[in-house]
Design a protein around this ligand. Sequence first.
Ligand SMILES: Cc1cc2nc3c(=O)[nH]c(=O)nc-3n(C[C@H](O)[C@H](O)[C@H](O)COP(=O)(O)OP(=O)(O)OC[C@H]3O[C@@H](n4cnc5c(N)ncnc54)[C@H](O)[C@@H]3O)c2cc1C
Length: 378
Amino acid sequence: MKLRVVVQGAGFGGLELSSILSDTIGDELDLTLIDQNDSFYFGFSKLDVMFGRKSSDAVKIPYSSIVKPGVQFRKETITSIDPVMKRVTTRNSVYEADVLVIALGANYDIRATPGLAECGDQYYSFEGAEKLREVIPRFSKGHAIVGVCGAPFKCPPAPSEAALMLHDYLSHAGVRDACTISLVIPFGSPIPPSPDSSKALIKAFAERNIRFIPQRKVSSLDESKKVAILDDGTEMPFDLFLGIPKHVAPDVVLQSGMTENGWIPVDRANLLTKFPNVYAIGDVTSVGTPKAGVFAEGAAKIAAASIIAAFHGKENTTAYTGAGSCYIEFGKGEVGRVDVDFFSGPKPVGIHQDASAALMADKEYFGSSRKARWFGLM
Ligand SMILES: Cc1cc2nc3c(=O)[nH]c(=O)nc-3n(C[C@H](O)[C@H](O)[C@H](O)COP(=O)(O)OP(=O)(O)OC[C@H]3O[C@@H](n4cnc5c(N)ncnc54)[C@H](O)[C@@H]3O)c2cc1C
């Protein structure tokens, strides 16, 4: 009998897990990988699209490229998950499995921030980044705010990256002197587990005259006054607002009864939920790492090892360390890197590598190696 696995969500976590299971037990695998979209894109591609560095088509990788033993991709929208019966219903079909994996990521609740939809912009959705690609070239004077509207949010360095890349963009356009840039984030420093990365970013903000406002969130935008209102009541007038919207688990996950405080709790040792043979990985969980692709990928590796061990009647003994490397765009063609480990020691540790052109090549390899591993594309 083949092992029937249904993987929900073909993002970082779902693609990594499906690839490992296929490579390891492909002949004995009957895996259905379901996603509502027809293509994958890296989170960081949204920055490339928003600043006009790449076209939308150039960053999308079609799921039709997936040809892996034991894996079938289905482009369908999941409408309900029954973790007890291990049954998944989509708009087209019903799937039953021996093992369920939930890798459905995080969605955005734009309406949770009054005024954001009416007078602000956000670059966390692909559509938002595409819209900004048209909006940013029209911004030539005034105040731009990059503002976080809720935590947790994906990729903690991404707001800092957007502020630095906006500086570069406006400088190249010759209008930087007519513009001010502010960055509002809820943490005390840009990357709390890495004091060195935080120091490097704060230095970069100072050198570029970017105003850094830590420990604050944006609560609402007032359309009539064109001001952003922070959680301490401060009012900041703006001409361009680049928001990081409040994140929520997808509705279908919230309705499944699997969440606590908005996200799916999992056993850190193996990424199992409280339901037997039901795993959850990546942004949809409250595992304790930031919401980022590298951590979704790391969790996928441990969940896959656990599924394979159980299939062979064994137990996986490899611990999940919550480790991953995040690249940070500093602008000027340079990328920094922070290697973070959340669970190996008593507290999270982040090791910083200074921004360089060489690390830009490293980041490109990060993308191309996943493209090769998950899609067989060079
Ligand atoms: C601007 C920006 C920059 C970023 N930069 C980085 C970076 O440099 N490094 C990094 O590691 N991370 C980065 N991230 C974060 C990264 O993109 C996410 O954390 C990562 O994609 C999470 O992986 P996941 O597998 O948990 O979910 P996702 O990759 O989000 O995948 C979830 C999938 O589930 C599908 N889905 C959801 N609901 C349904 C449904 N009802 N039916 C069917 N399918 C459904 C979605 O279509 C999606 O494909 C960035 C994010 C942003 C927004």
